[in-house]
Design a protein around this ligand. Structure first.
Ligand code: ADP
Length: 324
């Protein structure tokens, strides 16, 4: 598909937020809630950007402000260069949001559903790309099928298609693979990568760290309405400076030898040793010689990289602990 973006590689940001704040007012049932606390965030054009954070962090609030569905309390934001206060229509036209829930009207065929959506966005008939979109999502053979004959994966793809009828340069996927099985998840990842290769800037919210690690070139971690980290995925992972050695002894161990006892050394259920270390500080050689000195004959050894899970816990666990 060749989305009708102006210049997808143009410099500048896809999304820029400055001191963006949102307070949901109290009503009879709920207290006021500061969902976003003066957020600064820049999402570059051409990226696959992950917005990561636990439930209630403020991810949807952020997206919904950009999409014109929630009114901010203060601060400013631009979408593809369009200020949401000054040029709200252009801002809205620059973003397509794929919702989480799978509600698709059962009375329309995929082709009809896309035509209807294009109508809602005011896309003139001559500019509609219904078949092109269906084709790019590999739904062209289902163009006129009954909705009920579509699999879960096909429905999800159709929702992506609906978010694309107005050819937005930015596509936002809200928890795209929540509750889908691993095979379908991989299919959807592939689809996202294809859309990205065709020039669309992708923003996805997720609480699957593996998904962010796999797909995103940049990640912002949001927690309790604040951006607690924002960097390239590789910098985030490199910054962790944590690895682990997994040591398989010739004889499975029953306990950690006293000589090795430390809070970095743990015994796995299968009798292997898990030794956490900081690559910048510790030499693997030294660790191995300590292991041998403790009387262990090493049968096999492997290393474990730190992953986003570690970063995520490191950055958000403090808050959780304080809360509970
Ligand atoms: P996330 O998408 O990261 O799960 P949300 O943006 O949905 O987070 O929610 C952020 C916080 O704002 C939560 O505490 C949530 O309960 C609250 N919130 C979200 N929407 C509303 C609303 N319409 N009215 C009041 N509070 C809300």
């Amino acid at each position: 598909m060749s989305p009708h973006h102006d210049t997808p590689t143009a410099p500048g940001s896809a999304i820029e937020a400055r001191n963006l704040r949102k307070v949901y007012k109290a009503d009879g049932k709920t207290a006021a809630k500061e969902a976003l606390k003066d957020i600064d965030l820049v999402i570059p054009r051409g990226s696959i950007f992950g917005l990561l954070g636990p439930n209630g962090a403020g991810k949807s609030t952020f997206i919904n402000i950009l999409a014109g569905l929630v009114v901010k309390t203060s601060g400013s934001a631009t979408v593809w260069g369009n200020d949401i206060d000054i040029a709200p229509r252009q801002a809205r036209a620059s973003i397509g949001v794929v919702p989480q829930e799978l509600n698709i009207d059962p009375f329309f065929t995929p082709a009809e559903a896309l035509e209807l959506q294009a109508g809602l966005y005011g896309v003139p008939k001559s500019e509609r790309r219904t078949m092109e979109i269906l084709k790019s999502l590999r739904l062209d053979d289902k163009a006129n099928a009954y909705m009920r004959t579509l699999s879960g994966g096909m429905r999800r793809r159709l929702l992506v298609g609906k978010a694309m009828v107005h050819s937005p340069p930015i596509l936002v996927l809200d928890e795209p693979t929540a509750g889908v099985d691993i095979e379908l998840r991989r299919q959807l990842w592939e689809q996202v990568r294809e859309l990205h290769e065709q020039g669309t800037t992708i923003v996805l919210t997720t609480h699957y760290l593996e998904e962010a690690e796999e797909l995103c070139d940049r990640i912002a971690i949001i927690d309790q309405g604040e951006v607690v980290a924002c960097d390239t995925t590789s910098n985030l992972l490199a910054g962790l400076d944590q690895k682990a050695l997994l040591i398989t002894p010739t004889q499975p161990l029953a306990q950690v030898p006293a000589a090795l006892a430390s809070d970095r050394v743990t015994l796995k259920d299968d009798g292997r040793l898990h030794i956490a270390y900081q690559p910048s500080k510790a030499a693997v050689d030294k660790i191995l010689s300590d292991v041998r000195k403790a009387g262990i004959t090493v049968k096999d050894i492997s290393t474990e990289e730190a992953d986003l899970e570690d970063i995520f816990l490191q950055l958000t666990y403090g808050d959780r602990a304080r809360e509970s």
